[in-house]
Each structure stands twice: as C-alpha cells, then as structure tokens.
Design a protein around this ligand. Sequence first.
Ligand code: ADP
Length: 484
Amino acid sequence: TTVKLHDSSLFQTHCYVAGQWVNAADGAALPVTNPANGEVIAHVPSLGESETLAAIEAAEQAQKAWKTLTAKARSAVLRNWYQLILDNTDDLATILTTEQGKPLAEAKGEIAYAASFIEWFAEEAKRTYGEVIPSHKPDARIVVSREPIGVVGAITPWNFPAAMITRKCGPAFAAGCAVVLKPAPETPLTALALALLAERAGIPAGLFSVLTGDAVAIGGALTRSKTVKKISFTGSTAIGKLLMEQSAHSVKKLSLELGGNAPFIVFDDADLDAAIDGVMVAKFRNAGQTCVCANRLYVHDAVYDAFVDKLIERVAALKVADGFEPGATIGPLINASAVAKVQSHIDDALAKGATKRFGQTPLAGSGFFPPHILTNVTDDMRVAHEETFGPLAAIFRFSSDDEVIARANNTDSGLAAYAYTRSLKRAWYVSEALESGMVGINEGLISTEVAPFGGVKESGLGREGARQGIEDYLETKYVLMGGL
Ligand code: ADP
C-alpha cells in the first residue's frame, strides 16, 4: 500500500535512537497492518535491549543540558513542536487512520487533541513554582523547589496513537526530563512521524528516542535501568501491574493509565436526548475502544424503554466503514482478538438471558464490528465486570439511587463515570459517591488537556493533563539554608 501524504518524509519507518534514524543491526523488522483490510503498510525495526540501553544513555546526557535551559527556552521548543503538529494535521491523521482504523475526522480530532497537550505544557513549563516556608529556626530559611525527575520510560497503546504520546512527552519535556518511548506495535508510524516533527522543532538529539520492537526486551531494559527514574504507561491493567512489579527493585516513580469499566447512569429525571447524545460519544467514539468508554449503561426503570427506543434510532444511523470513506463513524476494530472479545461478551450475555435489540452479526474474518445494543443485561454477565473495548451498548436496569451507586462501584476499576440527572442535589451526591477519578455529569466527553485525567483503584496512578500533569514529572527538593 502507498500512503499519500503532502510531506512524504513523515512516513518514517526507521526508529529514532539517541538522535539517529536507525534500522535493527540485523535487519529484523515487524509488519504494520491496516486494520480495515489487513494489508501490510510498512515494516518497522525490531529493536531490543541493546538499543534501549543506548537510548537511555543518550537520554541521560541530553537531559543534563536540557534541564539547565530556562523554562522559557524549553517552552519555545515545545511551542514549535505544537505548531508543526498542527501544520501537518492532514498527514498525521492519514497515517493514523491507515494504521489504527478510526474515521479520518476522528483522527484529525485526535491530532488537534494531541497537539493541545504540547501547547498546554509549553505554557505550564514556566509555572513549576516552588515555595518558601516560614522557618522553624530564626537563623535558617526553608526553600522548596521543583526539579525534573530525569529520564522517563514511556510505553503507549494503539487506541490513541498520537495523544497518548504527547500527553506524556509534553509534561516530561516541559519539566526538563528526557523520554525513551516504546509505542504500541500496532501504531508505530504515528509515533515515528511525531518524533520527526520533534526533531524538526528543536528537541535536542538524544532527549527523545522512539523504539519499536520486542516489548518484553524494551520494557525489561527500561524497568531494570537505574538511570530511568520513572515509567509512564498507558495500557492494560495486567501489563501495568507487571511494570509496577518490575519497577519495584529500583523504586521508580510510576504513572499508570490502565483499564476502565465506566458506568453511564441515566436517572429518571434526566434529559433523555442529552443522555443519548452523551452515550453516542461515550460509547461509540473510536468504535468503543477507549479506556473511558461507557461499558455499563444503567438506565432507570421509568425511562428504560424510552431510552432504548431513542438509542436504537441513533445507532441505526452510524456508518460502519473504512475510516477514509466519507461519513464513516465506526471504523474497524484494531485486530481479530478485539473482534473476538466483543463477540464473546455478546454471546455470554445472550446465553445468560440478555436480549439483542440491535446489531448485525459481523462478517467472518472482517475487522469491522457493527454496533450492538443489548437489553436486560445483568450483573452476572461478563460485560458487567470486564471492559468490552468495542461498540456494544449493554443496558442494565435499576430503580434506586443507592442501588445503582453500589452496582456502579462494584468493580476493581475506577477511571471514568457518567451520570445524567436534572437534580443538582442528586448530581452532587452521585459525583461524590462514585469511586472514579473522573465523573461526567450530563456530559459524555470528559477528555481535555486542561483537566486532570486519571483513575483510582486498579485504573492507575497519577494524572495526565492540567496542572497536575506536570507534577508527575517533578521531584520536590527541600533546602534548609542554615547559619544565617
Ligand atoms: P493492549 O492489550 O490494549 O494492546 P497492552 O497493555 O498489552 O494493551 O499494550 C500497551 C502497551 O504495552 C503496548 O505498547 C505494548 O507493546 C506494551 N507491552 C505489552 N507487554 C509488555 C511488556 N511485557 N513489557 C512492556 N511493555 C509491554
């Protein structure tokens, strides 16, 4: 396949290691495929431990110089990167849709979202204030300053191939850190194009490396290294736990954005049309492949039937198609195991008594999964406890506030939650009672660079975006200045 770009140099298939664009020494390479048709788009290098160690060493050197720049100087480089990402939106979105599948309009939206983190942290770079604390001794002063953590190992997923990278790199570079990144094997081309733009923007050689290849070898080298002071990971809960274990021996700091199982609660006093608008975004964006996707729709008895009827009407208008087809709203799922997982949740629910109200059976061997609506879904079904990560709307029934809160919280995850109500009292009660890092009240889209994104419970550690996003890349240093 040829991917048509305005600037064909953005189609980068070498890795960026220690400031050099490289192939594997032995020529080993991994295919990248288009999930819409299974065609191989490109091959990228299969790198491992030795290249990771080289990247870490270069990162350590580059970071020493980078952290001594003024915040304003670092900010200017980030600002350049932001502008280059925006200027190349069409090409980046084309690469993204080709390797990830999401509709082109959504891919362009992701590029704007990805760029927004670089802009935001270019601004925050200048505001990593410390403080002076009134001293406990008359002849001493207490000064608290913020220092960059150092070299960061970043590992990112395929569902947002651009934004999950910029929301780590933005704050890291702003704070004065270096980053060694391993993008998802499904979506390396977006990552490499971003690295090329970072180089053009003036990110110094070595400060940012991007390595594709053996996840176990690269992840192992990053976690074993004593030079790497922090791991920032977005992905599955299982791999997050593994990286946490591997990071224990050198007591690394961790930022983990892991799986969710978001409840989406529609109370009987909700504006149903608003709730339908919300669920269309919260459930079907990216074909349901986001960690904040509504996984469990709890709808009050009194409005259950009306809600289902309205939802069927809206879902029927979705267009399942190749992301490059005009008007496509649902692209392919990322791979065959994603398709199998959604199907298994549907089969399990139907076997346990759920009703299929909408949904065509996917064509055998196709990467496309038509949206489904199941009603009479109950808490004993797999979809109640596992993230589906696909276009399945599973609708549970409830009848009281306390009941639905207890059921919504009955999960090890705690990332996003949504609730629709016109009552201010109920909105406050619910938003405080839900065990999640983020709550959307009468809103189905909560992601923005200006707000802290992150979870509680097994959904992770730390926050990305907002003022809090840069905190995750800073250490606190306290100096007691005595003998004054
Ligand atoms: P998913 O199942 O959605 O792909 P993963 O958690 O497996 O989620 O993948 C997220 C990222 O973690 C990807 O970049 C993947 O390559 C990486 N990864 C997977 N296994 C490991 C591992 N053992 N060590 C380090 N990174 C890993």
